[in-house]
Design a protein around this ligand. Sequence first.
Ligand code: ADP
Ligand code: ZN
Length: 520
Amino acid sequence: MDINTAKSVLQNTFGYTDFRHQQASIISELINGADVFTLMPTGGGKSLCYQIPAIVLQGVGIVVSPLIALMKDQVDALKLQGVKAEFLNSSQDYEEQRRVEQLITSGNVDLLYVAPERLLSDYFLSLLDRVTIALFAFDEAHCVSQWGHDFRPEYQKLSIIGHRYPNTPKIALTATADMKTRDEIVQVLNLTGAKTFVHSFDRPNIQYRISEQKNSKEQLLRFINTEHEKDAGIVYCLSRKSVESTALWLTEQGKTALPYHAGLASDLKDNNQQRFLREDGIIIVATIAFGMGIDKPDVRFVAHLNLPKSIEAYYQETGRAGRDGMPANTWLAYGMQDVIKLKQMASQSDGNEQFKFITQRKIDALLGYCEVSSCRRQVLLNYFGETLAEPCGNCDNCLNPPVTWDGTSAARKALSTVYRTGQRFGVGHQIDVLTGKKTPKITSLNHDQLSTYNIGSELTAMEWQTVFRQLISMGYLAVEMDYGVLKLTEKARPLLKGECAIQLKVQKYKKPKQAQNKKK
Ligand code: ADP
Ligand code: ZN
């Protein structure tokens, strides 16, 4: 079959003039019976890559997706365009499921969206034995991988499909995959020999900025007021409680800010989401529950008031800014407590040792990204296996190179305090000792007798926080899971012994001096 058939579907059914990026090549592989692996950033146009082949090939195209909540919307949108699309998932009643099955067996469905557990049921597989299958599309394919940030055990069982239907074209699609994840997807879904299409992850119109958390709400307001007065944007918070308090606070400051998290009544959630999509200049304050499948092109900023859980998550969340290609800003504020919380979450998380190990490595990669003094885009793209030859000129570190100072002496004071207090306390107490506070804890433990008591008065408590944060991020200190107790690592030894030096970053609170994105 040739690509012109596909192109006429693109134009007549979907109303677009031309294929984008590698869509034409991907589609052409599939309609000629080959398997495909596609790595494309969010918003790159993955859906058409399987929708069009499913329409032009004979039989039903099976789209496996974990996003049950989005299936109905996706199918409704396709139906409006005249596509014979249906879905099957646990939200439907018995009769509705029967109706869809009937349509499938009578050959009246071109695209079927289905959750993995449904697809893999014996009942459904035997139903599929009676129909012609155009292709299998595995959306969000990183869910098969323990290395991915969104592992779902039922996705691993999809390996059955590869063995059962070796001759049916298959496509795996994901927006987030490092090399390890890629390999695992290909292996589990039996896609060896598949043609791989990797679309660059670079989003040159997005400016990446990270700053230290001081008073995050005030910092956020300043960021919005000076750079995004009337713009639509997303503010991500870690907890539902902080979503609500931040939205309320922004509203009190005269912004139109709406909360969104999984705990809100569903009509309120829908309403807030619809307003964000339809009205101009709405700020949505949300947990990460918000965003999957949201396609709003003119989001001008994404702000994080807490650390995301991995670089993948950060990339995906910030990637919701500037989909229209116009300049957009991403800004993240994080502090000591975030670092500790994330490290604790990793060690406490359910899951086997391997999973914990992976989670830790991912957090380390994220912290490394946050603390880096060189071009952020280079680090980010490198994480996804790409190289950017030159610094980007459009991240905070490029625009305003961080100033570093010789932190050797400060770091040694900090590390010896951890040592002298017996590696049994958290950051707060260490700083109290260093700055010579007379707290009840210090007095009762006689920590005012230690040789490191009050030896750190050259820095403020706030400055000590940044020293500790950097020492943790750089792996000189480990955080114990339960109480945030600090321990020295092997790496700390040479520094303590004076065998090596360390450069620390001076924290800056101003915005980059020549922000290219400044609109108007
Ligand atoms: P992804 O799944 O990769 O995040 P989508 O498939 O949702 O991306 O596509 C993102 C947006 O781009 C959608 O609004 C889609 O309609 C649009 N789009 C995709 N392909 C084309 C094309 N060839 N021409 C114009 N718009 C396109
Ligand atoms: Zn840069």
